[in-house]
Design a protein around this ligand. Structure first.
Ligand SMILES: Cc1ncc(COP(=O)(O)O)c(C=O)c1O
Length: 372
């Protein structure tokens, strides 16, 4: 690494965040680790290996390619593909023992035929759309038709039934879920009644797992809280797993009237000391943070001035006299007594912590702190 810009991922934090969630649910409730999208930018394989070593038996990915990558690298846990099963994925998914998401009779029939040809079982979870409006069956009629198709598909083994909430993190001041989420939960119970009641159920994402113990069912799905960002208020001590730091590459004085960066959106109204930092939107540092965001330099907050460029960003270090070429600039993480989290960047960039974390591009090397 020549440019000192890196994401440092503490696998101890991942393990501890997983264990923390396990400690919050009854012993017979499993915690599925959601590792899709490169484990929210943290490194899918490293995260999967860490939680598997900590006892996790269930992983979730979004697309079959992610599941295949896990299997090809020796991951033995159950792997649920959250996206809808497709004809194109069937053979690979069945051969690799990936669990596929189904909600239409035709998909079940096609999977059964492929499984028959391969002489292997096809594992599936049933997806109910109770209000997310994305994928899943929505009506009693659709549920009955799917139940019938599943009965006739002898090679297809149902190992789960699930839904996903649209607004679970939108809770009131007492941490109670709202009416929409209540309705989704009721709709889940109603549609689920069309299937064998013995099928393990799971509905809760991070938010719902934390606010609604009655919705734990057989398993909860832990995504963003595994990475240290619970999306609802909690007293639980989750730890941010990812630190992102870079360096100052140039420091200079500018005079009244001098502007910095593209579009001249910042012009000095006093003499200033400014630093150029080795990060830009080419690294996934969101351009919307131009003239809004901050980073930590020598333990103090430095304001971003002017537009974030593809590879460089300029900050005001007038009040940070120790700032010099080579000083670390912490984009996400702790320095001195201060901390900047991905959620704070999300505020500046008008997005969510999820996007901030997984937007960090492949150009930024990942360094892993191993589990101790
Ligand atoms: C179906 C499904 N379940 C669970 C999760 C995990 O959600 P969270 O990261 O909020 O815990 C996701 C994430 O998008 C999802 O799509």
């Amino acid at each position: 690494m020549i440019r000192q810009n890196q994401a440092i991922i503490d696998l101890n934090a991942i393990r501890d965040n997983y264990r923390l969630m396990v400690s919050q649910v009854p012993q017979d409730v499993r915690v599925m680790a959601v590792v899709k999208a490169n484990a929210y930018g943290h490194g899918m394989l490293e995260v999967a290996r860490t939680v598997e070593a900590a006892g996790c038996r269930d992983l979730a990915v979004a697309i079959p390619e992610e599941g295949a990558q896990l299997r090809e690298n020796g991951i033995k846990a159950n792997i649920l593909v959250l996206g809808a099963a497709t004809d194109a994925a069937a053979e690979t998914a069945i051969k690799l023992g990936l669990t596929q998401t189904v909600f239409e009779p035709d998909t079940v029939k096609a999977l059964n035929e492929t499984a028959e040809e391969l002489g292997l079982p096809a594992y599936v979870h049933i997806k109910l759309d109770t209000g997310m409006g994305r994928i899943g069956l929505r009506t009693q009629g659709e549920a009955e038709a799917l139940a019938l198709a599943l009965q006739q598909a002898k090679r297809v083994k149902v190992t789960g039934i699930y839904t996903h909430f649209a607004d679970a993190d939108n809770v009131d001041d007492n941490g109670e879920i709202n009416d929409y989420t209540q309705k989704q939960l009721a709709s889940f119970e109603a549609l689920r009644a069309c299937f064998d009641p013995g099928i393990p159920a799971h509905v809760s994402n991070s938010a719902m797992s934390l606010v609604s113990p009655q919705a734990h069912f057989s398993m909860i799905r832990q995504g963003i809280s595994l990475y240290g960002y619970p999306p609802v208020k909690t007293n639980l001590d989750f730890h941010h797993a990812l630190r992102w730091e870079t360096e100052i590459v140039y420091v200079k004085e500018i005079a009244v009237g001098d502007s910095v960066s593209y579009g001249c959106t910042f012009t000095a109204d006093k003499p200033m000391r400014v630093a150029t930092v080795a990060v830009g939107y080419g690294d996934g540092y969101h351009r919307l943070m131009s003239n809004r965001g901050q980073m930590l330099v020598e333990g103090k907050r430095a304001n971003i001035i002017g537009r974030i460029c593809m590879d460089q960003t300029i900050v005001d270090v007038t009040d940070i006299p120790q700032a010099k070429v080579g000083s670390r600039a912490v984009l996400i993480g702790t320095q001195g007594n201060d901390q900047i989290g991905a959620d704070e960047l999300a505020g500046w960039a008008e997005t969510i912590s999820y996007e901030i974390l997984l937007a960090i591009t492949a150009r930024v090397p990942r360094t892993y702190l191993p589990v101790q």
